[in-house]
Design a protein. Structure first.
Lengths: 288, 390
């Protein structure tokens, strides 16, 4: 029984990390209609900015977190304004541009910091234990931040005028524009919010796992898997899917082994998508 | 029009002759499919650093002279991404550049992918890989840089059993050839030493090992072996093992990378009791090599200990090219290599082995070392003699 509970905690911990990643990814698709292949790059950048601030500049970790969020959001805003906005109506072009930007980011990080992992540890290192159940404090912090981020995104998207305007643009950009909503302000803002979330996740999760220039690749893959499962563009769907993915991954890996666990997860996602191609909570047709 | 065409043709011919003159000068291109990205990048960086050093050393000291002309040596290193397809693609690119001499790759998947391309393009190669078929009679021009765990796992396990009390071990590795070939050999050697071994595999690309650690802990092992898990992965596994409350010794019977594993895990204090295969035992000769690298290259040698093995391999390849007196006839270079003694001015002498395990006597064997961290403190390397057959 202890093992079952411990596995559930691991699943929740994984789910919280995937939620943080998927929220930004699905926001960008939901509002801009762009599949952001550079998402993993912003995650890595967040990690390296936090590392640089703590290890090189000697700043406290919370300050480093804020700087990581600010810098990734700022870069995301600039990228949207200067590059993405020019091709935003062309879906293929946005795919190529975001993928290209990811390669530029990953290579730049590789050149600046090298290919090897630096020493970057979470400032809180203890583990809560109760018999055979354990939960690292760092994971608790990530879970807390994840819940706060979900609440913030929901509040922003569903309870503020900015959020309403973003959702209106997601529904029909032309009509929203005709009604006076400023796409040239709101699109970069949405993109910056999403990349800031990716940066926050990178700054939080890389000291718990590992920091290296390539760690954005699996992040992109899991973000994509999660939002496809939840329904592209659905914030609620992404959140639900992230926790399903985390729990299935944990239980399958513990009870079936690492290889079969991964296989189980992918087969389950495949079955869900065969039954509901639009994802768990996605709409059948995206109109924007 | 005809006059213009004739001039163009004449100009092209002259340019070809001029460039051809350069090409006919003595230049040895040493190709290398090396992993330069991803969690195994540290191994590829060691390989690239060694090649660049040996190339410069060879030219500066005129170690390669063919028909009285000192040769230039140019390393051509392409990222093989630790995958079979990446290495095959890199080898095709090298073949297109006319490369005939190859040093690398590092990992089993890469070597599996590169060997057919090397054979098809008549290249001679010195590879790593701990795969069970790293070399073989079907690839006569492929040589092996040194024994895999079948050679050195035994003495390291003996040392572990001498220091720690355990009779079960959990071996964790990626679920591809780079993991399964090594983990299964390690398991066999553990069993021969009376230790019950369970193998646990994970999907390459996994970033969070907490579920796998929970499964491992369920088996209640006395020790854990990280086998050939890339250093980045291994660091996370160690960190999460200690978080889960595992206090036993951790073996690393795979490629070296203790420094990076320690950094990712959070320091040697987290490694606590850690025992691993180190390619060489550090001594005055190796320190002299480190100083020479610093002097020649203007920067310290790559951190990973595999650097020394690749220096050994690259120098052997240069000696074979020198003995064969050709930079592009792979058959002659391979023939010359077979008759060379296994010897290096810094690392020491050894011998050719491989007939018993691979069916071909083309594996270099030379002294290696056992690395040890006890109670979070690194101890002196323990020197072990070159593995021999029979």
């Amino acid at each position: 029984m202890e093992g079952f509970i411990a596995t559930g905690l691991i699943g929740i911990s994984l789910g919280s990390q995937y939620t943080l990643l998927a929220l930004g990814f699905t926001l960008i698709f939901g509002i801009l209609g762009v599949v952001n292949f550079a998402h993993g790059g912003f995650y890595v950048m967040g990690g390296y900015v936090a590392y640089y601030c703590t290890a090189m500049l000697g700043l406290p970790y919370p300050v480093a977190l804020v700087i990581a969020v600010g810098s990734t959001a700022a870069l995301g805003w600039l990228f949207e304004v200067l590059i993405l906005e020019r091709v935003i109506e062309d879906h293929q072009a946005t795919l190529m541009v975001t993928m290209g930007f990811y390669l530029v980011m990953a290579t730049a990080i590789l050149v600046i910091f090298g290919a090897e992992s630096p020493e970057f540890s979470f400032p809180l290192s203890g583990v809560w234990r109760a018999g055979g159940i354990y939960f690292p404090y760092a994971n608790m912090v990530v879970l807390g931040v994840c819940l706060a981020a979900i609440a913030l995104v929901y509040w922003l998207v569903y309870r503020t005028n900015v959020g309403r305007a973003m959702r209106a643009m997601a529904e029909d950009r032309a009509v929203a524009g005709a009604l006076g909503m400023r796409t040239k302000v709101l699109f970069p803002l949405a993109f910056a919010l999403a990349t800031g979330l990716a940066g926050l996740t990178g700054a939080l999760v890389t000291p718990i796992l590992a920091l290296a220039p390539h760690v954005g690749d699996p992040v992109l893959a899991f973000s994509f898997l999660t939002v496809i499962l939840g329904g592209l563009g659905s914030v609620t769907g992404a959140t639900v899917a992230a926790f399903i993915v985390g729990l299935v991954e944990a239980y399958a890996a513990v009870y079936l082994g690492g290889s079969k666990g991964a296989l189980t997860l992918f087969v389950l996602v495949l079955i869900i998508l065969v039954i509901r191609p639009q994802g768990l909570l996605g709409k059948e047709v995206r109109r924007a | 029009m005809a006059l213009g065409f004739g001039r163009l043709l004449g100009g092209t011919l002259l340019a070809s002759l001029a460039l051809g003159g350069t090409a006919f000068g003595c230049e040895l291109k040493i190709g290398s499919p090396a992993v330069l990205s991803g969690p195994a990048a540290q191994w590829g960086l060691a390989l690239r650093g060694a090649l660049e050093f040996v190339a410069k050393e060879t030219m500066q000291e005129e170690r390669l002279v063919i028909d009285g002309t000192p040769c230039t040596v140019t390393p051509v290193v392409i990222d093989s991404k630790y995958t079979a397809e990446g290495a095959a693609s890199a080898m095709n690119a090298l073949a297109a550049e006319g490369v005939k001499v190859v040093v690398g790759a590092v990992g089993s998947p890469e070597v599996t992918g590169m060997k057919p391309v090397a054979t098809r393009n008549r290249m001679v190669a010195m590879v790593n890989s701990f795969a069970k078929d790293a070399i073989g009679p079907q690839w006569p021009n492929v040589f092996h840089i040194g024994p895999g765990p079948s050679g050195w796992a035994g003495p390291i396990i003996d040392k572990g059993l001498e220091l720690y009390d355990f009779d079960t071990v959990a071996i964790v590795a990626p679920n591809d050839q780079g993991g399964t070939d090594i983990a299964s050999v390690n398991a066999q050697v553990f069993k021969e030493k009376g230790v019950t071994a369970v193998e646990e595999y994970y999907q390459r690309g996994t970033t969070n090992f907490a579920p796998i650690i929970t499964r491992l802990m369920g088996a209640n092992p006395g020790a854990v072996d990280l086998a050939s898990s890339p250093a980045g992965d291994a660091g996370i596994i160690v960190k999460q093992l200690r978080q889960a409350g595992f206090t036993g010794p951790i073996f690393r019977l795979g490629g070296p990378g203790t420094e990076e594993i320690g950094r990712v895990a959070g320091g040697y204090g987290v490694l606590q009791d850690f025992i691993w295969f180190e390619p060489v035992a550090m001594d005055e000769n190796l320190r002299a090599l480190e100083e020479k690298h610093l002097e020649l290259m203007g920067s310290p040698r790559p951190e990973n200990g595999d650097y020394f093995r690749w220096v050994y391999a690259a120098r052997m390849m240069i000696k074979a090219v020198q003995a064969a007196q050709t930079v592009d006839d792979a058959e002659k270079i391979a023939e010359a290599m077979r008759s060379l003694p296994v010897d290096d001015e810094n690392i020491g002498a050894g011998h050719w082995i491989g007939q018993g395990f691979f069916g071909i006597n083309q594996e270099m064997s030379y002294p290696f070392a056992i690395g040890l961290i006890q109670g979070g403190e690194q101890k002196d390397f323990i020197r072990a003699e070159a593995v021999s057959e029979g």
